[in-house]
Design a protein around this ligand. Structure first.
Ligand code: SF4
Ligand code: MG
Length: 283
């Protein structure tokens, strides 16, 4: 059985020392080992951005896609090879700006994959511009007088789009992050995990200290019911989207691929797909 070290390769990440993305990489590797995967059973698909490099740093199948397009690739991969555990990963710019159309529709489609967003509330790779997650008033080279747009709440959007699994965590909390990724991998449907992953080089506002001060962890609310959609929206809004933990899970809905006519769990390549005309008409 594979262990954590089997998911490590010898490529040294070129992230800045202290970047939150290191923890996300470690959490994916730990979660994969903990749920009992072998490296050849995991595929990591990433977008463009500092965080997009993650697919090259994990010993598994990796696909570094184009900007904002990790989800179409990941969904196609899962539909073609249902035996794989598929993780899509990227940044807030990648997923909530150029890729937002894909994000919303992948959420409501509910294909059984896990989507992890490394949310640093800035564009890091291009040296620090305002992102859809930057707060109002946030000053960068692209908004020198402060952003006059309101920040997007990905949790509210995900819930409104019909997500069946929504979680949020923080790079400093490796234990929680690993557990949530494990839960996401085991969830039968699309699991969305937003991770506060500080950019230590360009975001001098949303730092590790800032998050520690502002995060509201669901552990503080022991009677919280993650199956209650209204309670989830209330909690997200009450905390200004700074809540961490498993926020919402609907275990009753089947994943997309399970509802496809003639679904079989094996990879398509292993199926002898030769439909008669009548069968084809039924599709
Ligand atoms: Fe991480 Fe920011 Fe450095 Fe990019 S620029 S590697 S996001 S710390
Ligand atoms: Mg970013």
């Amino acid at each position: 059985m594979a262990t954590l070290k089997d998911f490590r390769n010898n490529i040294k990440p070129n992230w800045c020392p202290g970047c939150g993305d290191f923890s996300v990489q470690a959490a994916i590797q730990r979660a994969a080992a903990n749920v009992g995967l072998e490296p050849e059973q995991l595929a990591v698909v990433s977008g463009i951005g500092c965080s997009g490099r993650i697919s090259g740093y994990i010993n598994a199948y990796g696909f570094h896609g184009v900007h904002g397009r990790s989800l179409p690739i990941a969904q196609g991969l899962k539909m073609a090879n249902r035996e794989l555990t598929v993780v899509a990963a990227g940044g807030d710019g990648d997923g909530f700006a150029i890729g937002m159309g894909h994000t919303v529709h992948a959420i409501r489609r509910n294909i059984n994959i896990t989507y992890i967003v490394m949310d640093n509330q800035i564009y890091g790779l291009t040296k620090g511009q305002t992102s859809p997650r930057s707060a109002e008033g946030f000053k960068t080279k692209s908004t020198p007088s402060g952003s006059i747009e309101s920040a997007l709440s990905p949790l509210e959007v995900a819930l409104a789009a019909g997500a069946t699994f929504i979680a949020q965590s923080f790079s400093s909390n490796l234990k929680q992050l690993t557990t949530l990724i494990e839960e996401g991998m085991k969830h039968e449907g699309f699991s969305f995990i937003n991770v506060f992953s500080p950019c230590v080089t360009f975001n001098k506002v949303n730092t590790y200290e800032w998050f520690k001060e502002h995060i509201v962890d669901l552990e503080e609310t022991p009677d919280y019911d993650a199956s209650n959609r209204v309670a989830a929206m209330t909690k997200i809004m009450e905390t200004n989207s700074l809540v961490t933990g498993l926020i919402y899970q609907d275990k009753s809905r089947k994943s997309y691929e399970n509802m496809v006519y003639g679904f079989k769990p094996e990879a398509l390549a292993k199926q002898n797909i030769q439909l008669s005309e009548q069968e084809f008409d039924k599709l």
